[in-house]
Design a protein around this ligand. Structure first.
Ligand code: ADP
Length: 526
């Protein structure tokens, strides 16, 4: 039964004899009224505007564990038993609403007698007196602890899911079957370079936006459409972006209680991995190539060294026999042997020079020198030894051209170019040497009308061990080191070496070197 403060308007305890029946009726009605109030699943209450309670249903005892009497006796009972965090706001909220005679509804916590927290939803109406002022508050407090627990659990779960979604390395997008975007994390925006404010609520504008970033938008869209058409399908593929990045795309149906409700797309940026794989593959290819080059070089080098060695041994044996048998020794045979020794020592020198270049140890002895003099000397040596098949010409300036150079090394470069010009013109043809100078640079040119060099191989000509694919058909050997050494020598002089050539129509090699005046100006500036 509800404990009700003795009410002046309460049921009369007794009455006049003819009123017995009426009194009993009233008492019964009152009891029923109390039973009804007590059976309501909530604390039915009535209080004055300063929270002095005049009615509190029995449910109060069951819910909070305090005897109902305490609500009546202690004028501050309700406020004092509010949870400390809610005490201030809940009391003033109710007070203010009452002041304005507004019915109101609010949720707060109370501390039960055993210390546990009870969440109550309080629905309050305000009764006014004749003066229009609030006179009484009447309400019902409903226990919503279980709902609050469920709600808090739900909120915690959602927060956890959101945090998980945000902490994943993948860009995740969830689209419902109706094309609505259900969820999407920050990483998704980052990967696609999208402004979250511009990503709308539907997939169509989003798809339009990302298409501009793709290398192959048609294929991308076709895949999306195909997956939309088959909601149950799972898919994985690679997406390439126009900015060079590569993404892995996973797409899985989203199921809720076994029913497909949409699709989860996840994107992972694998550009770094792809780059590393490509680099590794390139390194592997380079390593294979290097091994191949080394093996080729070893076989070419042994062949090249052996070629002059065999006739040299033969010549020396013949010379020995001639000397032993007292025959006369012809100078021609000795010259041949010397020529073979020269060839051998040239090969060995190339090998030594190449290893110096590789280690960056090539050293030059530079001094002021006349370039026409060096070119003229090398040219004369070649002309003296040349045959009718290869007419040699030289054109140089009247005046002297001075450079700061290493005479021996520059002779070596010119010799190499002239040797090549003759070597790679097996059918003969003129070889023209020229020297010009202008704008502070002297340029030596060696042009032949030989086998030429394939266009696509010209860029590699000055690399170590490189021989153009048409070189062996000329019938002349070589280690592919001469031009590699030449380039190093010329670049150490501050110059350049380059080639112009057409397959089958000869080659022209150019060497440019800074003239002495220019070099001195350059050095002064430094
Ligand atoms: P080698 O002549 O010993 O092979 P080089 O370094 O001097 O080495 O030359 C490298 C390659 O350049 C040659 O193998 C040949 O394929 C090409 N080459 C050089 N000079 C000429 C030329 N004048 N005409 C055609 N090919 C040439």
């Amino acid at each position: 039964m509800a404990d009700i403060q003795p009410d002046p308007a309460g049921p009369p305890a007794s009455g006049p004899p003819d009123g017995h029946e009426t009194a009993r009726e009233l008492s019964r009605a009152w009891r029923e009224h109390e039973e009804l109030i007590d059976s309501i699943d909530g604390i039915v209450w009535e209080a004055d505007p300063s929270f002095r309670f005049t009615l509190v249903s029995k449910q109060a005892e069951r819910l909070l564990g305090y005897p109902v009497q305490r609500w009546y006796e202690d004028p501050g009972f309700w406020v004092e038993h509010l949870h400390p965090d809610d005490r201030e706001w809940a009391a003033s909220y109710c007070r203010e609403a009452a002041e304005q005679c507004l019915p109101h509804e609010f949720e707060y916590r109370m501390l039960a007698a055993d210390g546990h927290v009870v969440w109550l939803r309080d629905l309050v109406t305000v009764l006014t007196g004749a003066d229009g002022r609030p006179e009484r508050l009447r309400g019902i407090m409903v226990d919503v602890t279980a709902q609050r627990g469920t709600k808090e659990h739900l909120e915690r779960t959602v927060a956890l899911l959101e945090a998980t979604l945000e902490s994943t390395a993948d860009g995740v997008l969830v689209v419902g079957l109706d094309g609505r975007i259900r969820a999407c994390n920050r990483r998704f925006h980052q990967i696609w370079g999208l402004d979250p404010a511009q990503v709308g609520a539907r997939d169509a504008p989003l798809l339009r936006e990302v298409q501009g970033k793709l290398k192959d938008p048609e294929a991308f869209m076709a895949r999306v459409q195909a997956l939309y058409d088959t909601p149950g399908e799972e898919s994985f593929d690679i997406v390439e972006l126009r900015d060079g990045r590569t993404l892995e795309r996973y797409s899985l149906p989203q199921r809720q209680r076994g029913v497909i409700t949409g699709r989860v797309w996840s994107f992972r940026d694998i550009s770094a991995r792809v780059r590393a794989e490509r680099e590794r593959e390139q390194l592997l290819r380079d390593a294979h190539e290097a091994i191949q080059v080394r093996d080729d070089f070893l076989s070419i080098a042994s062949h090249e060294l052996k070629t002059p060695l065999t006739p040299l041994r033969l010549n020396l044996q013949l010379l020995k026999q001639a000397l032993e048998s007292g025959q006369s020794v012809t100078p021609g045979r000795v010259d041949k042997a010397l020529g073979q020794v020269r060839r051998l020592s040239a090969l060995v020198n190339d090998l030594l020079d190449a290893s110096c270049v590789g280690a960056g140890r090539m050293e030059l002895q530079r001094m002021p020198m006349s370039l026409p003099e060096v070119v003229g000397e090398v040219f004369s040596d070649f002309r003296a030894a040349s045959d009718a098949q290869h007419p040699l010409t030289y054109e140089g300036p009247e005046e002297d051209v001075l450079i700061q150079g290493d005479r021996g090394r520059l002779s070596q470069v010119l010799t190499n170019l002239l040797e090549n010009a003759l070597k790679y013109s097996p059918l003969g043809g003129a070889v023209r040497v020229s020297l010009t100078h202008s704008g502070g640079d002297a340029v030596v040119t060696v042009a032949d009308s030989g086998i030429g060099i394939p266009k696509e191989e010209q860029a590699h000509l000055f690399e170590r061990f490189f021989r153009a694919r048409n070189a062996p058909v000329s019938g002349f050997g070589g280690l592919g080191l001469g031009l590699y050494i030449c380039r190093d020598i010329i670049e150490r002089h501050g110059g350049h070496i380059w080639v112009e050539s057409e397959l089958g129509h000869g080659s022209t090699f150019h060497v440019s070197l800074p003239e002495l005046a220019t070099r001195m100006q350059q050095e002064e500036r430094v």
